[in-house]
Ligand binder design. Structure first.
Ligand code: ADP
Ligand code: ADP
Length: 231
């Protein structure tokens, strides 16, 4: 079964009492294979965040269907959500906690026993090149380290699908490269990754397959190599 399957997804945001609604998605269908590193590429306002929001249950869909590893989101929301790790754009961890505690507490919230959480935290901190900083105050980490900490935290529940909405928006190329390295390792270890981006370069250096979205419609979809050949 696909890691993600989206069928004829539509979303209209309410425009208010006297205004027409905004059609953010106008019938989007896509499949992401297990193990893939998949980019959803498109300009601002194309509908990327809306699509990611629906898949991660933050936004209600107007019509269509979503299934995650074969689990229908509308029918089995909790089970579907357990498959997903989400990396939000904003840094939303407590700057006055240590990376190790942030990770262990996060896993604890999802019911992971403490011993197991500590074991996982070591793996994730190493993969994010943060192990040396495990017991430093998070406030003192560099910008790149803080971003990688967000990725490490999302992996603590061992999601089969990791979703990132413009993870590198507004950060410089050095920081982006550090994040890419961590993401490549996570994908190589078997986790399916979907990210949205408006940088072609980012999609190109990371992803095997991509979809290009524009004004609420998928305009191209396929292997990165085939699409690059067309451009
Ligand atoms: P992207 O992530 O590609 O920049 P979005 O999904 O954020 O695109 O937005 C798609 C369209 O939906 C845009 O026209 C945007 O203005 C509109 N939109 C997004 N969120 C809302 C909202 N909460 N209410 C109304 N319109 C919205
Ligand atoms: P930054 O804020 O630029 O990411 P870091 O202190 O985290 O700063 O990076 C320091 C060094 O660690 C750099 O040489 C960088 O190339 C390397 N590095 C960054 N991310 C990773 C990673 N995921 N895996 C291995 N090395 C990394």
């Amino acid at each position: 079964v696909p890691a993600l399957s989206v069928r004829d997804l539509r979303k209209t945001y309410d425009g208010g009492p006297n205004k027409a609604g905004v059609q953010a998605l106008k019938g989007v269908s896509l499949d992401v294979a297990p193990g893939d590193f998949f980019a959803l590429l498109g300009p601002n306002g194309a509908g990327k965040s809306t699509l990611i929001g629906i898949v991660s249950s933050l936004v209600n869909l107007s019509a269509g269907s979503v299934s995650i590893f074969g689990i229908d989101l509308a029918r089995q929301r909790d089970a579907a959500m357990r498959m997903i790790g989400l990396v939000p754009q904003e840094l939303n961890f407590n700057m006055f906690e240590k990376p190790l505690d942030i990770l262990v507490n996060y896993a604890g919230f999802y019911g992971v026993p403490r011993e197991e959480a500590i074991r996982r935290a070591e793996v994730e901190l190493k993969r994010a090149h943060l192990w040396e900083k495990a017991t430093m105050m998070s406030r003192t980490l560099s910008g790149g380290m803080k971003r990688r900490l967000m990725i490490a935290r999302a992996m603590m529940t061992q999601p089969r699908l990791l979703i990132l909405d413009e993870p590198t928006a507004g950060v410089d190329i050095e920081i982006r490269r550090g994040m890419w390295k961590t993401l490549k390792e996570i994908n190589a270890a078997g986790t399916t990754i979907i990210l949205t981006t408006h940088y072609l370069e980012e999609a190109e250096s990371l992803c095997r397959n991509l979809a290009i979205i524009d004004r609420g419609r998928i305009v191209e979809q396929g292997p990165m190599k085939a699409l690059l050949a067309k451009l």
